[in-house]
Design a protein around this ligand. Structure first.
Ligand SMILES: Cc1cc2nc3c(=O)[nH]c(=O)nc-3n(C[C@H](O)[C@H](O)[C@H](O)COP(=O)(O)O)c2cc1C
Length: 457
C-alpha cells in the first residue's frame, strides 16, 4: 500500500485587520512576547511545519490619517522570530521580508543568523511589496516600478545565495592546538556585479544548518508565478477555494520542469480560515457571529472606501452600496495594493450585492470574511485531506480569528482527526530542519557547491 500524501500546515499569526477579532473577550495582546510564545507553543504542539509572520513597512493610512483598524506591522519580524527560536525546538520560523526595501548582504546575514540560532528552522517569505508610499520610508520615493519588482527580487535571491554559498562547511577550524580559527581558503570572496546589486567582499556568517533558509513566496501575477517556479520552495497562495486552488497548483507546478525541478520540490499552501462547531448548523451559526465580529461597521465602510476613493462615512454599513461612482484618481488609502480599475471592481461588487441582496457589511463579509472551512472537526479534517490527496494543495497556512489563541481549538480537535486519517505526523523527527519537516529535497534551487568544498572532501 502506498503511503498517503502528507498534509503540510503552517500557522499564521494575524495582525490587526478585518480577519482579526482583536477587541473580543478572547483576544490577547497583538504586541507582547507572551502572545507570540503561546502561539508558537501551540503550533508546535500541533506539529505544524512552521509559523509565519506577515510584515508591512509603513502604517497604513486612510483619508490622510492612520488607519487604526488596519495596522501594518508589529515588533520587527526577525526579532520576534529570534526570540521564539529560544523557546521552541522544532517549529519552522518564517518571516515576511521585502526584496524591494532590504539589501541582500544585510538580509542574508540576518537570515543565516536566525538559521544558526534556531538549529536550521529559518524561512524567508520573499515579498516584493513595492509601492511609493512605503518607499517614502526608505528615501527612494516611488521606487520600484511594477515591472522591476521581480527583476530585483530574482537578483536579490541569487545574490543572497551567492553569499550563503560562499562559506564551505569546513571553514570554521577552531583548532585550539594550532591556534587556527578559520580556514581562509574555505571562504570564497563574493563578487556580484549585476543590474541591481554591486557587491564585493567576504560574507561574515559561517554556513548555517540549512545553508539557505527555506524560500517562501507570496505573489500571484505571471511574473510572481515564474519567480516562484524558479526560486521558491513554498508558495503562500491566496487560492483556497477547491477549483481555484487546483488551477493555481497545476499552473505553478507545471512551470517547474522548465527550471529542472520536480513537483515535490515545491509546496503550495493557500491561506485558510476555519470555524469548528459541534454540528454543521452550530458551526454555521458560529461562522456568522465570527464574521460580524471581524468586520465591524467601521471596517466595512473603510473597506469599501478603498475602492470608491471617497469618504463614505455618511453611509449605513447595513444599507445598500453607495449610489455614487468611485473616484478614479483619488488615493484615499495608502499602504495597500490599490486595484487597477476601481470602476470595474465597483461594478462587480454592485452586481453581486444586487443579486444576493447584500448590505455593505454583508458584501465585505462575503468578499473578505468568508471562512474556508466551516463544520465539525471531522468534516474539516476530511476536507483538508481531500485537497491534499487530490493534489489541489500540499496543505494550508491556517489563520485563526484571534491572537494568540486562535489556533488552540484547531490543534486540539482537527489535528487528531488528520492523524487518524494517516495524513499527518504524530511527532517531529528529532533534529529535523524546516526543509526536512516540509519533506523538501536537501538540494535547494540555485545551490552551488564551492570548488573549495569539493577539493576538501
Ligand atoms: C497570500 C499573500 C500574502 C502576502 N503577504 C504580504 C506581506 O505580509 N507583506 C507584504 O509586503 N506583501 C505581502 N504580499 C504581497 C506580495 O508580496 C506581492 O507584492 C503582491 O502579491 C504583488 O505581487 P504579484 O503581482 O505577483 O501578485 C502577500 C501576497 C499574498 C498573495
Amino acid at each position: 500500500m502506498t503511503a498517503k500524501r502528507q498534509v503540510h500546515l503552517a500557522a499564521h499569526i494575524p495582525g490587526v485587520n478585518n480577519t482579526t477579532i482583536w477587541s473580543g473577550p478572547d483576544a490577547g495582546s497583538q504586541i507582547d512576547f507572551e502572545s507570540f510564545e503561546h502561539f508558537a507553543a501551540n503550533a508546535e504542539k500541533g506539529f505544524f511545519d512552521y509559523l509565519l509572520l506577515a510584515e508591512g513597512l509603513r502604517l497604513r493610512e486612510q483619508k490622510g490619517l492612520i488607519h487604526d483598524l488596519d495596522v501594518a506591522g508589529r515588533p520587527a519580524t526577525l526579532s520576534i522570530l529570534a526570540a521564539i527560536a529560544g523557546v521552541t525546538e522544532h517549529i519552522g520560523l518564517v518571516g515576511t521580508l521585502s526584496s524591494t526595501f532590504n539589501e541582500p548582504y544585510e538580509l542574508a546575514k540576518q537570515l543565516a543568523s536566525l538559521d544558526h540560532l534556531s538549529g536550521g528552522r529559518a524561512g524567508w517569505n520573499v515579498v516584493t511589496s513595492s509601492n511609493a508610499f512605503t518607499g517614502a520610508n526608505f528615501r527612494r520615493g516611488g521606487y520600484l516600478d511594477l515591472a522591476d519588482r521581480y527583476v530585483r527580487a530574482a537578483e536579490f535571491v541569487t545574490t543572497a545565495k551567492e553569499l550563503w554559498n560562499s562559506w564551505a562547511d569546513v571553514a570554521v577550524v577552531a583548532d585550539k592546538a594550532t591556534g587556527r580559527f578559520l580556514d581562509p581558503e574555505a571562504i570564497a570572496r563574493v563578487e556580484h556585479h549585476g543590474g541591481q546589486f554591486d557587491i564585493e567582499g567576504y560574507f561574515s556568517v559561517p554556513v548555517s544548518p540549512q545553508r539557505h533558509p527555506v524560500v517562501v513566496q507570496a505573489g500571484d501575477s505571471v511574473d510572481g508565478r515564474d519567480f516562484a517556479a524558479q526560486h521558491a520552495e513554498v508558495i503562500f497562495s491566496r487560492h483556497s477555494e477547491f477549483g481555484e486552488a487546483k488551477a493555481f497548483y497545476d499552473d505553478v507546478k507545471g512551470r517547474l520542469a522548465a527550471h529542472g525541478r520536480d513537483e515535490e520540490s515545491l509546496r503550495i499552501l493557500p491561506g485558510a480560515t476555519f470555524v469548528i462547531g459541534d454540528s454543521t448548523a452550530d458551526a454555521q451559526e458560529k461562522a456568522r457571529a465570527t464574521s460580524l465580529a471581524q468586520v465591524s461597521p467601521q471596517t466595512a465602510i473603510a473597506f469599501v472606501e478603498q475602492i470608491w476613493g471617497r469618504d463614505l462615512s455618511g453611509y449605513d454599513a447595513d444599507g445598500p452600496l453607495p449610489d455614487i461612482e468611485p473616484s478614479v484618481d483619488a488615493e484615499i488609502t495608502r499602504g495597500r495594493v490599490r486595484h487597477e480599475n476601481p470602476l470595474a471592481v465597483a461594478k462587480v461588487w454592485r452586481e453581486k450585492a444586487d443579486a444576493e441582496h447584500l448590505s455593505i457589511r454583508d458584501l465585505v463579509i462575503a468578499l473578505s470574511g468568508r471562512h474556508s472551512f466551516v463544520g465539525t472537526a471531522s468534516d474539516i479534517a476530511s476536507e483538508i485531506d481531500h485537497y491534499v490527496q487530490d493534489r489541489a494543495t500540499d496543505g494550508f497556512v491556517i489563520v485563526g480569528a484571534t491572537n494568540p489563541r486562535g489556533l488552540d481549538e484547531f490543534v486540539a480537535k482537527v489535528i487528531p482527526e488528520l492523524q487518524d486519517r494517516g495524513s499527518y505526523r504524530t511527532a517531529y523527527d528529532d533534529g529535523a530542519t524546516l526543509r526536512e519537516n516540509l519533506g523538501l529535497p536537501a538540494v535547494v534551487p540555485g545551490a552551488t557547491s564551492l570548488a573549495r568544498e569539493a577539493v576538501n572532501q
